[in-house]
Write a new protein. Sequence first.
Length: 485
Amino acid sequence: MSANRPAAVVVLAAGEGTRMKSATPKVLHAICGRSLVGHVVAASRELDPENLVVVVGHAREQVRAHLAEVDPAVRTAVQHEQNGTGHAVRTALEELSNDGVALDGTVIVVCGDTPLLTGETLEQLSTTHAADKNAVTVLSAEVPDSTGYGRIVRDGATGAVTAIVEHKDASEEQRAIREINSGVFAFDGRLLVDALGKVRTDNSQGEEYLTDVLGIVREAGHRVGAAVAGDHREILGINNRVQLAEARRLLNERLLERAMLAGVTVVDPASTWVDVAVEFEPDAVVQPGTQLLGATRIGGGAEVGPNSRLTDTVVGAGAVASFTVAEGARIGDGAQVGPYAYLRPGTDLGPKAKAGTYVEMKNASIGEGTKVPHLSYVGDATIGEYTNIGAASVFVNYDGEAKHHTTVGSHCKTGSDNMFVAPVTIGDGAYTAAGSVITKDVPPGSLAVARGQQRNIEGWVARKRPGSAAAQAASAARQESEGER
């Protein structure tokens, strides 16, 4: 719980984001496995606010549905018309008031399109706000180039904020200021409610500006301060796809740095992409060209990649998955996957098991030490321990209307080019011959042979393909054989 638990956090997410040029609302665009507004909500939750309100407007039902999935406890307030940031905050506070919430404490306002903002920085803002006894505290940042941003003007003696001056209105001296406004604020809740009632709309946009609150409380004799973010990149907002890609890169770098400092080897961070929910144990190795998505977990000493994509997949300690695509799968300790394997949802590959080259598995439980080495499809199946599945085997699980299950016991040896037509059971210790189509259960310890007898038709090529290269080769071989007699 935050030491300075705010009464409320208000997230502004009502805008359309036309510069994204997308049918998807801007705040629902995702980076590193989480929507833009999802990142902001997650950072806000780290403060443990008494109330968390997201102001929605454009595509509000879609945004509401998304929020209900990622954080069911979030309240939403509808801004039916986008009449400015001040109006948006007033809408949120009215929603709380209508629910009987009397704000007594700090209210923090954040933007729903700032996915790099951290809970740590919001905590710093809240702490500074309380320590300095401010009516308003602005989250600011010192940037290399402040062109286009509102400058923070401070009192030289007290450090209090005396003004936020937009670039177009700034003097040459003010334009040299590198400290800028992030659009994130901490307010005294009661003073905020009062000041919002005094915000005017006599401006070029005819909107209620939240920044006008600063002047109102300052004129009433209250202090306005600022807290400087440790990393100016945290305040970056997203307005187009270029900025979205840049934020994704920055967040990915942050996640990989955290993993590497915790004992993970990332061979080439520039070609490695991870989501925020991915977990690692020390001594895991991530090879180049790898994407780790969703709630993937990589065990200690495991090696993933190169050129692999794992989604919601658990990789056990010491396992290896190279050139692998996996989704919703479990890879046991010491197991081997790939190269060029595809593990679909429901795959559970046991310890020291193997899914080899060009092997696809789905809804399959593979026992310890069992190997499916090459060119095979295993679907809707249970395979016991230390069984070997021959190359080019197919578990025929679909009859056109329903899926059926195949069970193969432990210590079985199945031949190459087998078809297991489900439902069928292969008993423990059984063998099946190469080229067999298994349609009946095989008792334990039995050998199943299900193939036609071979028949050789002598002279067929000479009669049916006279003069062909094959016929000439056969004739030469026959003459050579006769000459050796």
